[in-house]
Design a protein around this ligand. Structure first.
Ligand SMILES: Cc1ncc(COP(=O)(O)O)c(C=O)c1O
Length: 380
């Protein structure tokens, strides 16, 4: 039976999983202090880049002896730079439970042609981390953005591993606890949990990763934008804000503004609590209904950022068409934008719950999901 439309709408209907909603206080005038038209190598530019690095360290609690660099090409650039620079010294293990992890597998197996064991799980599940040989170099995604499945904690990763762990944490950083002592390379993009702009990636290296960079030279050529060493020594400048090539100072300013906002909501803990509250509102909604469920099978692996949902009602005739139609109704009503499942993922919805999203907006959107579902069932 069709339902009447809910009376209220979310103040902000932006639930995209990237670029994600900007900080709630965002306004273009907040970027007026950007060092525009100035050299990024001038004192003002360098100071802002260094602030971005040190603000990241402070908010994420990254150890003082870890290097943090701003690199080209968003998260993808940071992951590629790490894989092309570090892999090949020993066997690799590639873990994937959704599309982005699968992309890294392709790169390592088909492009770099490295001796690698590939372990995959279907959408909704995660690889059994206790079966991984951590004496190999292990590449994995902390939070699978397209399946809503995350690594629950770092317990499976041994402290005394011989291999490096290379972790794509782009939809986890600033929302999920990352165990820095278990991660040798961590990457993310500003466009995700902090609602920043894409373009630049963050590359975080443990001392063991630096040791590998300084003791190993890959057999393949490395383009300039991937090179982190010169004459066998780390180019330290990259990790204090002397970027390899020209960054967008507008994007840098936007990130600095987002970091400031993050401090104002209680820093990392505050951000995580906001994501948790958003995700819980959706989990509770699903719990109370028998036609929708979390795509993540094990509750311990449920993402608090990219919450992926599947429709489970027997009356649905064509799952993919149905999910698309629900997402379309939500978009047409202007109550939830960009919530269709990722193109390679199972049919369903994906609702971003990172800290820049207000819980009141999630709560105002959910009655519309109820409405859209019943409208679509009636329309079939
Ligand atoms: C897990 C994961 N890895 C990599 C990427 C690619 O990020 P970017 O487009 O910022 O390079 C994304 C983007 O959604 C992602 O979710």
């Amino acid at each position: 039976m069709a339902m009447t439309k809910p009376a209220t709408r979310p103040a902000n209907p932006r639930f995209s999983s990237g670029p994600c909603a900007k900080i709630p206080t965002f306004d273009l005038t907040k970027l007026s202090d950007a060092a525009l038209g100035r050299s990024h190598r001038a004192a003002v530019g360098k100071a802002k880049l260094k602030d971005a690095i040190e603000g990241t360290r402070e908010l994420l609690g990254i150890p003082a002896d870890y290097r943090i660099g701003i690199v080209p090409a968003s998260d993808t650039g940071a992951v590629e730079m790490a894989m092309w620079s570090l892999l090949g010294a020993r066997k690799a293990t590639m873990l994937a439970w959704e599309s982005f992890g699968a992309g890294w597998v392709t790169d390592v197996v088909k492009q770099l042609k490295i001796d690698a064991e590939v372990k995959t799980a279907d959408y909704g599940d995660i690889v059994d981390l206790s079966t991984v040989d951590w004496n190999t170099d292990v590449v994995f995604t902390w939070n699978g953005t397209t399946s809503g499945v995350r690594v629950p904690n770092g317990d499976a990763i041994p402290a005394d591993r011989d291999g490096l762990t290379i972790c794509d944490a782009t939809s986890a950083a600033f929302a999920q606890d990352l165990p820095w002592d278990k991660l040798d390379v961590t990457t993310f993009s500003w466009q995700k949990v902090l609602g920043g702009e894409a373009a630049h990636g963050m590359l975080i290296l443990s001392p063991r990763a630096v040791e590998r960079l300084e003791s190993y030279t890959p057999a393949w050529p490395l383009p300039k934008i991937f090179r982190m060493t010169k004459g066998g020594k780390l180019i330290e400048g990259i990790f204090v804000g002397e970027t390899i090539n020209t960054p967008s100072m507008l994007a840098v300013e936007d990130y600095l503004v987002a970091l400031d906002w993050a401090r104002s909501v209680g820093g990392f803990k505050g951000l995580m609590a906001r994501a948790d509250a958003n995700a819980k509102a959706i989990w509770d909604f699903c719990e109370a209904r028998d036609w929708i469920d979390n795509l993540a099978n094990d509750p311990a692996t449920r993402s608090n950022t990219s919450v992926c949902l599947k429709f489970t009602d027997d009356r649905i005739k064509d799952g993919a068409a149905f999910a698309k139609a629900v997402a379309k109704r939500l978009e047409t009503e202007g109550v939830a934008l960009d919530v269709g499942a990722y193109r390679d993922a199972p049919a369903g919805l994906r609702i971003w719950c990172g800290g820049t999203v207000e819980t009141s907006d999630v709560e105002a959107m959910l009655p519309w999901l109820d409405w859209a579902f019943h409208e679509e069932i009636a329309a079939q």
